[in-house]
Design a protein around this ligand. Sequence first.
Ligand SMILES: [Fe+2]
Length: 171
Amino acid sequence: MRDVTLSDIFHHRIAQKYINRSGLVHAIAVSYHSFNLAKAKPNVDVDTAAKAGFLHDIGHYTWYKDGKWDYEVYRKNDIHAIKGAERAHKLLIRLGENPMKAKEISLAILFHTDSFLPGGEVVRTPLQSIVKCADEKDEEPGGAHHYRTIDYDRALKIIRRLDQKIDKLQH
Ligand SMILES: [Fe+2]
């Protein structure tokens, strides 16, 4: 039995506040991709992967200028991986997540992108590679993947379906 489900995360006010910022559809898609990629790896926990995928972009700040996203300012100042790792960790611990799992998810979020690193290669664990790859799978030109929309009920239905898939695999 898991301590926390994706539906629990989805309902929490921290997730509600920040996940929509970078796109709920993108969060769900990356969660599904992470789950499917983890399923093919014997040593990666599907629940941990799905949660890391769902929360990977929770650290985004809104770099808007005159009502438009300012890519230049974003690129120069972005630390969403760092912020997301911390924010997701806080949320998971508050929900009662296993602390070791919360740490693993947090680190997978921290290393899902190289964008904040000045250079050099990150050596990733299999879980960290999965979340990076899942994110890239859902990427669209010009950041369009952040703008796809979905209504609340449909999102909840899809998240519940993934929760059921995870529970089925873990029994
Ligand atoms: Fe992303």
